[in-house]
Design a protein around this ligand. Structure first.
Ligand code: TRP
Length: 333
């Protein structure tokens, strides 16, 4: 990839290696990332291991393994290490360096009022998140984006407070030292969130996720346990597809979903049969992706090679930014 060629704009996003990715990530984030890549944006996709450390610091032994798992997920979902820069955050030291510089100008009150922080400290009670690093999580995230001077950040709505904070940091930096960083804009995915098998938001910690690495049998068994239309008590009752988790999946994986919708509305198909069909369609949908994942997982050293290579490309951009930043602050020697 030639970093100097013309492009539509620079994109950065990242995921934390804290577990295997599930189909919520595929439909919610990765499909959007791939689209941006294929539409000619210059994309930087990062595996945010330092961010993972902010919550997993007491038990970090799994992070390395998850980096590889996530890389396999990225690549099998169609992210291309030749079109996009796919890299590991901790292999690009400039993230830490810019984080330090930004942390000098960010008022603590901005971080303490961050709704994501307040919520996480409350929710993840089993972890002690009252650390300096966790409070500063969004500053590191701002550094991730700004070290590439990225213009666009594909994220979910849950990350909007962090992006707003990044923009505030940009304004403060630019006010102090001169107009240098662009204010990054979010790109929200088009697909509504798909529910987990129990109807709640899909999440590894809820135990309701279908993972990209699940076998066909695991998928069928999970799908068979899915909650369907709560209002449909008998097979002869007409269904409410728009309120049904299974139908939310069918819209994504079943080509004939409009036909199924009519059948459901007319009580011409039952929920058990519908789940079986959907399970098969999901398996078919994931098949090419899984084949690619399997091939790649047979040569992990090749995948690590892609990541290290991507990290070098990322470094070359990040180094230039830090050079400029030091000059702007007056710490260039
Ligand atoms: N905080 C993000 C999440 O939990 C991950 C992340 C880290 C990120 N750095 C980023 C996302 C920079 C976008 C841009 O999902």
């Amino acid at each position: 990839m030639n970093l100097k060629t013309s492009y539509k704009g620079r994109v950065l996003s990242g995921m934390r290696p804290t577990g295997p990715l599930h189909i919520g990530h595929l439909f919610g984030a990765l499909s959007n990332w791939k689209k941006l890549q294929d539409e000619g944006y210059q994309c930087f996709y990062m595996i945010a291991d330092w961010h993972a450390l902010s919550t997993e610091y007491q038990n970090p032994s799994e992070i390395k393994n998850y980096i590889l798992e996530i890389a396999l997920d990225f690549l099998s979902c169609g992210l291309d290490h030749e079109k996009s820069v796919i890299f590991i955050q901790s292999k690009v030291k400039e993230h830490a360096e810019l984080n330090l510089v930004l942390s000098m100008i960010v008022p603590v009150s901005w971080l303490e009022r961050n709704p994501v922080y307040k919520e996480q400290v409350q929710e993840l009670k089993e972890k002690d998140l009252t650390t300096h690093g966790f409070l500063g999580y969004p500053v590191l995230q701002a550094a991730d984006i700004l070290v590439y001077r990225a213009e666009y950040v594909p994220i979910g709505v849950d990350q909007l407070p962090h992006l707003e904070l990044t923009r505030e940091i940009v304004r403060r930096f630019n006010y102090f030292y001169g107009n240098y960083f662009p204010e990054p804009k979010e790109i929200l995915g088009q697909t509504p969130k798909i529910p987990g098998i129990d109807g709640r938001k899909m999440s590894k910690s809820y135990g309701n996720a279908i993972f990209l690495k699940d076998s066909d049998d695991e998928i069928l068994s999970k799908v068979s346990k899915m909650f369907t239309d709560q209002k449909r008590l008998y097979r002869k009752d007409p269904g409410h597809p728009d309120e049904c988790a299974v139908f939310a999946y069918r819209k994504l994986v079943s080509e004939n979903y409009m036909e199924i919708k009519q059948k459901c509305l007319n009580a011409e198909i039952g929920c058990v049969e519908c789940k079986k069909q959907m399970g098969q369609d999901l398996i078919e949908y994931l098949r090419p992706l899984k084949e690619k994942r399997k091939t790649l997982s047979e040569s992990p050293e090749k995948v690590w090679g892609f990541l290290l290579n991507g990290s070098e490309k990322a470094s070359s951009v990040a180094k230039q930014t830090m050079k400029d930043v030091k000059k702007l602050i007056g710490l260039e020697f």
